[in-house]
Design a binder for this molecule. Structure first.
Ligand SMILES: *Cc1c(COP(=O)(O)O)cnc(C)c1O
Length: 390
């Protein structure tokens, strides 16, 4: 692992290679592209006056998502984060419970845990998909879990462990089946943060449909967008019913009465956003096809430098290639920072992977396992512009 690899390129050469693929213009990491029925559907929604939390596009969008993902139920919401929050509440996560969370994920995964007053417990990744490592997870849970009346408790913190959130990094499916096997062994509910993996399949089954609930995001930087939005996927009718109820202010159906049976949330997706989403969803396969071609271009270009590798989909999966990722060798010293500085100064948006959540000041006091892989790889991954314009 500490083996030194001779570096055969400079940040300037890296920039040139990048330019050969993305062209001479200023380019963002993942700019949305609207070249289908977006304006037509949005105009229709506006003319109908149904722009808010009811309207026909919501059902159309949800039906299309059901068909595409194979999920029995789909509840559209106003963000991926709110979808995660609802999923955790419906998993019975209470104040002071622990939730197993990857250290390598976007802040929103842990935020949703914190909204419940619960505590994240951070776990390490494997290096094929950069999702949770099922073997390290099993070892860790074996070490920390004791069962009290059948429920898993962290014997060191005395807190109940209620669930695990599995995230599919940059759209690459995690080893979800193996992780679920471990989760079941320890009686943990599985929630999938599939915010990045719309259009990604594990063994032919859509990500987000393996856990008891899965959550998609349609933020502006994701593979397809509703402007802002998300969706909860589940096969369980009772969870679907309660997710819709909680995200709609927990109002009981009535012709004219305002009766709410608990604290609810205003988390529904507006019809306007669903109209945009429907048009985007119609183009999903085309977009993924373009992203896969972009990977081939990056691969050809960066093959000039034998120590650089483009991240590719795991053997067991079809990835949406939301974000293209280049993996640097372990001995890059400050070359990563030079590359990030130079490319961003030159109008090409590149980004490192997130700072591991366990390193963030407000989260650093929470429990975690040995995170040696995250530590090793956090300075080796760079995301490249990922949404081809044509
Ligand atoms: C984008 C993202 C989210 C949050 O989605 P929003 O729709 O922006 O709230 C959650 N988790 C991960 C891993 C994400 O990338």
């Amino acid at each position: 692992m500490t083996e030194k690899i001779a570096i055969s390129y400079t940040a300037d050469q890296f920039l040139n290679s990048l330019r050969n693929v993305v062209g001479a213009e200023i380019i963002g990491l993942h700019e949305p592209i609207f070249n289908g029925n977006e304006i037509k559907y949005l105009t229709d929604a506006i003319e109908s006056t149904y722009v808010s939390s009811t309207g026909p596009y919501i059902e159309k969008f949800e039906d299309k998502l059901k068909e595409y993902t194979g999920s029995k139920f789909v509840i559209s919401v106003n963000s991926g984060t709110s979808g995660l929050h609802i999923s955790l509440l419906l998993s019975g996560i209470l104040e002071n419970n622990e939730v197993i969370v990857p250290a390598l994920t976007f802040a929103a995964t842990a935020n949703a845990v914190m909204y419940c007053g619960a505590v994240p417990n951070f776990v390490d990744c494997e290096t094929e998909s950069f999702g949770i490592d099922p073997d390290k997870l099993r070892e860790y849970l074996t070490e920390i879990v004791e069962f009290k009346t059948g429920l898993p408790v962290n014997k060191f913190t005395k807190r109940r462990i209620g669930a695990i959130i599995v995230m599919h990094t940059f759209g690459h499916p995690s080893k979800i089946e193996e992780i679920i096997e471990v989760a079941h062994q320890f009686n943990l509910i599985v929630i999938e943060d599939a915010a990045e993996s719309m259009g990604s399949f594990y063994s032919g089954k859509h990500t987000g449909t393996f856990g008891s609930m899965g959550v998609l995001s349609f933020n502006g930087n994701k593979t397809i967008t509703t402007g802002g939005g998300g969706a909860i996927l589940t096969d369980q009718a009772n969870l679907a019913h309660r997710a819709r109820h909680l995200s709609t202010t927990a109002k009981l159906p009535s012709k004219w009465e305002f009766i709410h049976d608990t604290v609810g949330f205003n988390y529904r997706m507006p019809n306007l956003n669903a109209a945009l989403g429907l048009a985007q969803l119609e183009q999903l396969e085309y977009k993924i096809d373009r992203k896969r071609k972009l990977l081939e271009q990056y691969k050809v270009e960066f093959a000039k430098f034998p120590e650089l590798h483009m991240m590719e989909e795991p053997s067991f999966a079809r990835s949406n290639y939301w974000l293209q990722t280049i993996i640097l060798p372990s001995s890059t010293s400050n070359l990563r920072d030079e590359i990030l500085d130079l490319t961003n100064d030159s109008g090409i948006m590149t980004r490192p992977i997130w700072e591991p959540l366990s390193n963030l000041k407000h989260l650093s006091k929470f429990p975690k396992m040995d995170l040696s892989r995250v530590d090793e790889y956090k300075n080796r991954l760079i995301n490249l512009p990922s949404n081809p314009k044509s």
